[in-house]
Design a binder for this molecule. Structure first.
Ligand code: PMP
Length: 422
């Protein structure tokens, strides 16, 4: 194992990080479970890409069937491409009726930024303080989460969120709108107009600050009034993660101009998309060229089509919502027994759990969250951390998580909390 790590470091270098103090190697996945070479099972409460569970047989069959037939690009006539595009757009509010395919979430955001800049004629972009939006040069430049690793563009302004700023829920909307307005004013003082507000409506990398629903609405309206486009990054909240809605922005009662998709769309196959209002999409299409060799290829479309079929047919988001209520109740009960749980936030099966009792300094809270994640890994349970101080547990199992898995998770979490307190 240490030899493999050394070889890995030598050839892959510093860009690659392993998760956990004791890294894991998985050789097989099935539903909620991952297996190491010794056959030890790990319960996955972390991976949101395999939303229907690891290696879903029906999804894999659709992928293999198409791969065995033809893998063709979007320059050829293909009814399945049009069928899927219609089905996908049909899950959005009527205003959002055009779709362009990509291969990753980063590509989706990169393209959305191009569309916003091209159609608004402006350059400025507003994001949240700890946002992450992708790997390309343009998306990394709007990803403060990357810290000192990447220089933010001078065209970017960050807005604080009401939750981490300690603002009461009743004043959250006003606080957010004020932040947005001052960001736009600051841009305009430098002669920069607003092209886009780019936000993940559950603010996953900021530490899961999603309440109260609707708090972003007046800030969103302010951007649209100023001629900027609102881009909802649905890479995390999309495809039913929040349980109550197919798309995270719907939870806030807004209609964005562009929506970017990725991660769960292919249950593991790399496929993403930008869905948007016809006016913007067509204006961009008429003035700029977009051609993407792999995006929308027949194998990706067959896979994504199977994912959407199963998600809808088996009412996966509705079931995930019921499961999320059990998890929420269990965590709340645990919090009454263990003072290390400071706060719990969730929308459907995306949970942020703040670790470290009130009054614990930030480094202590972060160390405790890290100890907890590693203790749970040793116990066969996968989670991670998020937020500016990395002291929020990020818990987002595949959507096919059921009551029995929740109970195993809660028992493991209690055990880990007791262990790290020793
Ligand atoms: N947006 C958000 C909110 C993300 O969480 C991520 C990936 N973690 C991305 C965009 C980028 O997606 P990808 O890694 O597929 O390029």
């Amino acid at each position: 194992e240490s030899e493999l790590i050394a070889r890995r470091d030598k050839v892959l270098g510093a860009s690659y990080r392993l998760q956990y103090r004791r890294p894991v190697h998985f050789v097989r996945g099935e539903g909620m479970w991952l297996y190491d070479p010794d056959g030890r099972a790990y319960l996955d409460f972390y991976n949101n890409v395999p939303c229907l569970g690891h290696c879903h047989p029906e999804v894999n069959a659709a992928m293999a069937e198409q791969a065995g037939r033809i893998s063709a690009n979007t320059r050829y006539l293909e009814p399945k491409l049009v069928d899927y595009a219609e089905r996908l757009v049909g899950t959005f509010p009527n205003e959002l009726d055009r779709v362009v395919f990509t291969c990753t979430g980063s590509e989706s955001n990169d393209l959305a930024l191009r569309i916003a800049r091209c159609t608004s004629g402006n350059e400025g972009v507003i994001v949240s303080t700890y946002a992450y939006h992708g790997t390309s040069a343009a998306t990394a430049a709007v990803s403060p989460n990357l810290g000192h690793a990447v220089k933010l563009s001078p065209l970017v302004r960050m807005v604080s969120l009401p939750g981490p700023a300690g603002i009461p829920e009743a004043q959250a909307a006003e606080f957010f709108e004020t932040q947005i307005r001052s960001a736009m004013m600051d841009l305009s003082r430098r002669g920069i107009g607003v092209a886009a507000l780019l936000i993940d409506s559950i603010f996953s990398s900021d530490g899961v600050w999603l309440d109260p629903p609707g708090f972003i609405a007046s800030g969103v309206a302010a951007v649209q009034e100023a001629g900027g486009l609102v881009i909802a990054d649905e890479v995390q909240p999309g495809f039913g993660r929040t349980g109550t809605h197919m798309w995270g922005f719907e939870r806030h009662g807004i209609v964005p101009d562009l929506v970017t998709l990725g991660k769960p769309m292919g249950n593991g196959f790399p496929i993403g998309a930008v869905v948007g209002r016809r006016a913007w999409m067509d204006q961009f299409g008429a003035t700029a060229r977009y051609s993407n060799t792999f995006a929308g290829n027949t194998v990706g479309i067959a896979t994504a089509n199977a994912v959407l079929t199963i998600l809808q047919r088996d009412q996966i988001p509705q079931k995930a919502l019921a499961t999320s209520r059990r998890l929420r109740a269990g965590l709340e009960k645990l919090a009454t027994q263990r003072h290390e749980i400071r706060a719990i936030r969730n929308a459907g099966l995306f949970f942020g759990v703040d670790i470290g009792a009130e009054g614990t300094p930030a480094p202590g809270r972060r160390a405790m969250a890290l100890d907890l994640v590693n203790a749970m890994r040793d116990d066969g349970l996968l989670i991670s951390t998020t937020g500016a101080n990395e002291d929020t547990l990020k818990v987002r199992p595949p959507l096919v998580c059921e009551a029995e898995h929740v109970d195993l998770f809660l028992t493991a979490m209690e055990r880990a909390l007791i262990n790290i307190a020793r």
